[in-house]
Design a protein around this ligand. Structure first.
Ligand code: APR
Length: 250
């Protein structure tokens, strides 16, 4: 294990433009469950009902009950984990340029990362579908005490989270910037993703196609392990701080 850790650390140290791509696994130690695997969120909550645009427009109460009872309480309590903090530190001492994340929990920014691309949006911002007025998730949690689904206090329009639901396309500008990062980088580190959801999972392959070194840190096997130059099947919160220590020592 130490050999590959040393190799990954020196790969990041010697890189000119290292980029990190994260998924739900980096937030698992923060009390935010991953989506797949044996205790995955989608095992308990059918994403067709709770996370697809079709059902949200038909009956938003499914999503808002899930938000009130599940999403909001876990986000309220969640603090950045050791993995988020390690990535923020790597950015501070100039070793990584950007974090491209599939996560909607805002924990990278809370940890101090300043260059974060949120491919799937953020659940911390909610906006009115009629007048675009923005609200925080705390505001909406209070509204939900009286009415579900919540309505815009300004115009009584329907509210929605600033996330990408299943069945929606990603914001083309955001995706373009993420692809540009993937194509410019010479080192791409994947942390905590099963790499099964597209177009996000195209990011590592675009980096690889541009001769970047691809390293995957994930607790279990991923769909792209065979394409990687290095794979560490370990927890992000254990490995990333060790990489920071190695970078500091060197
Ligand atoms: N450290 C590293 N990896 C971990 C940890 C950990 N502590 N805990 C879990 N993992 C790994 C799991 O083994 C799993 O392979 O994190 C991965 C998370 O995979 P998914 O649950 O599929 O999450 P993700 O890849 O982020 O999903 C992508 O799918 O449902 C949509 O929009 C949602 O953004 C999400 C997208």
């Amino acid at each position: 294990m130490n050999d590959i850790l040393e190799a990954v650390s020196s790969g990041i140290k010697d890189s000119k433009h290292a980029v990190v791509f994260t998924g739900a696994g980096i937030s698992a130690e923060c009390g935010i469950p991953t989506y797949r695997g044996k205790d995955g969120l989608w095992k308990k909550y059918d994403p067709n009902l709770y996370a697809s645009i079709g059902y949200f427009l038909q009956d938003p109460s499914y999503y808002w009950n899930f938000f009130r009872e599940v999403r909001y309480p876990m986000l309220q309590k969640a603090k950045p984990g050791k993995g988020h903090l390690a990535l923020a530190e790597m950015e501070t001492f100039g070793r990584i340029k950007t974090v491209i994340t599939q996560n909607i929990d805002g924990l990278h920014q809370e940890a101090g990362s300043s260059s974060v691309i949120e491919l799937h949006g953020t659940t911390r911002v909610i906006y009115c579908m009629s007048c675009s007025q923005k609200y925080s998730m705390d505001d909406v949690f209070v509204m939900l005490k009286d009415t579900c689904p919540p309505l815009c206090p300004e115009c009584q329009g329907k509210l929605r989270p600033a996330v990408i639901f299943f069945g929606e396309t990603l914001n083309p500008q955001i995706l373009r910037v993420a692809f540009e990062e993937a194509e410019q980088c010479d080192f791409l580190l994947v942390v905590g993703s099963s790499l099964v959801v597209y177009p996000a999972a195209e990011i590592p392959m675009r980096a690889k196609k541009n001769n970047a070194t691809l390293v995957i840190i994930n607790k279990e096997q991923t769909a792209l392990d065979s394409e990687a130059d290095g794979v560490i099947h370990e927890e992000a919160g254990r490995i990333l701080p060790q990489i920071v220590r190695n970078l500091k020592e060197s």
